[in-house]
Design a protein around this ligand. Structure first.
Ligand SMILES: [Zn+2]
Length: 121
């Protein structure tokens, strides 16, 4: 009888170990995914900062091709689900909800009725 109990216990513990082992691998996967995502976000954030600097955030007097290029990139980022506004820039837009500030940055007062749609691949 005692031997059977021991065997049962051994089996129980073995099963538990397997479970834990599975959970650990899952966690490991999730961790590396999270780290990857973090790196991506870091890069996106750096790019965003560069773009904002390039377009001179407070400067309302945009001009030249560089502007449309910068704005294109910002628009691109916005569509990917990031804020490009000063208030929240670089953070994820929850469920890609519209942001008034971002919209203002992208399509605000700067073009005088001349809305040119630019294609983004
Ligand atoms: Zn925003």
């Amino acid at each position: 009888m005692a031997e059977k109990d021991l065997y049962d216990e051994f089996e129980t513990i073995t099963n538990q170990l397997n479970d834990i082992s599975k959970k650990v691998s899952l966690l490991k996967e999730e961790l590396s995914k999270t780290l990857e995502e973090k790196e991506e976000l870091k890069i996106e954030n750096q790019n965003l900062r560069k773009h904002l600097e390039k377009m001179g955030y407070e400067d309302k007097d945009f001009k030249g091709n560089e502007l449309s290029y910068s704005r294109l990139n910002l628009e691109n980022l916005y569509r990917k689900g990031f804020h490009v506004c000063q208030q929240f820039y670089g953070t994820h837009r929850k469920d890609k909800e519209e942001c008034i500030f971002c919209t203002n940055v992208l399509y605000g007062s700067n073009d005088k009725g001349k809305k040119k749609k630019v294609k983004i691949n």
